[in-house]
Design a protein around this ligand. Structure first.
Ligand SMILES: [Zn+2]
Length: 247
C-alpha cells in the first residue's frame, strides 16, 4: 500500500480565525492518495477548481480566505501527474465537508463517498449552508454515498480505517493506515498543526470544543501508545518535508 500526499493549492487565511494571532497565514491544502491492492482511495479532495479565479465561490467566508491556487494544481491534474486517472479512484473518504476538504469532488466521477453519517447530515443543514460553513455544490453531486457510524474498515483488511474524531465538525473523522513502515494517522482538521496537539489548542470556531479536545486526546494516545505517525491537516513544515510516496 502507498500513501501519496498531493497539494491541491494553498490557502491564505485570517490568522485570528485559525490561531488567534493577527495577520494572514499561508497553508497547504492536502488531498491524500492511497493506493491499496483492492482500490484507489482519496482522503479529502482539496479546493474547488473555481477558486483558481478568486474566493467568490466561498460566499460569506470569502473575506477570510485568499486561495493561492494555479491551473495545474487542481485534483484531476495532480492525480494525472502521479499516473492515476480520476476514473481510477474507487473511494473518496472525507474527514469532513468544509470547502478546503471537499472541493475537488466534482473532478472524480465514479468513486464512492465514505463519510460519517453525522457529517453528511450536518452538511445539509440549511443554517450551516446559509452561513457558508458547507456548500452542497462541493459534495452533493450524485456519487454513491456510504454513511458510516463510528470506526469503519474501508477495504475489510484492517489497513485503512476511519477513526471518528468529532469536534471541529459534528462528524469529523481521521484515517488510520497500516503502512509497511508503520501505522500513520491522517488527522484532518482535528489538528491543524503539530504544535496544536502539544499545547491542546482548539481554534475559536468549530462545532464543539470539548468534543474536539477529547478527539485530540484520542490522537495523542494513538501517537504515544500505538506508535502512530500523525500527519496533520494543514501543517506547512511537516507537509513540505514529506517524501513523494510513503510506503
Ligand atoms: Zn475544516
Amino acid at each position: 500500500m502507498k500513501l501519496i500526499p498531493l497539494e491541491i493549492g494553498r490557502l491564505a487565511s485570517d490568522g485570528r480565525l485559525l490561531t488567534g494571532v493577527e495577520g494572514w497565514i499561508d497553508l497547504p491544502v492536502p488531498s491524500w492518495l492511497i493506493e491499496h491492492p483492492d482500490g484507489v482511495a482519496l482522503f479529502d479532495t482539496g479546493l474547488h477548481i473555481d477558486l483558481q479565479s478568486g474566493p467568490d465561490r466561498l460566499g460569506r467566508l470569502a473575506p477570510a480566505f485568499r486561495p493561492l491556487f494555479e491551473p495545474g494544481q487542481e485534483l484531476g491534474a495532480r492525480l494525472e501527474a502521479v499516473g492515476v486517472r480520476p476514473t481510477d479512484v474507487t473511494h473518496m473518504i472525507f474527514s469532513h465537508l468544509h470547502f478546503d476538504h471537499a472541493g475537488g469532488t466534482a473532478e472524480v466521477p465514479d468513486a464512492r463517498i465514505v463519510i460519517q453519517r453525522a457529517e453528511w447530515e450536518s452538511a445539509k443543514h440549511p443554517k450551516l449552508i446559509e452561513a457558508g460553513v458547507y456548500n452542497p455544490d462541493d459534495f452533493d453531486l450524485g456519487h454513491d454515498v456510504h454513511q458510516v457510524e463510528g470506526a469503519h474498515d474501508v477495504f475489510g483488511d484492517g489497513r485503512v480505517t476511519c477513526v471518528p474524531t468529532p469536534g471541529h465538525t459534528a462528524g469529523h473523522q481521521a484515517l488510520r493506515l497500516e503502512l509497511d513502515s508503520g501505522p500513520v494517522v491522517l488527522t484532518g482538521d482535528c489538528v491543524y498543526f503539530a504544535r496544536f496537539l502539544d499545547t491542546m489548542t482548539v481554534p475559536a470556531f468549530g462545532f464543539d470544543t470539548d468534543l474536539q479536545l477529547e478527539s485530540m486526546a484520542t490522537l495523542k494516545h494513538l501517537r504515544d501508545h500505538d506508535g502512530c505517525h500523525l500527519l496533520f491537516g494543514h501543517d506547512d513544515a511537516q507537509f513540505a518535508a514529506l517524501p513523494e510516496v510513503l510506503t
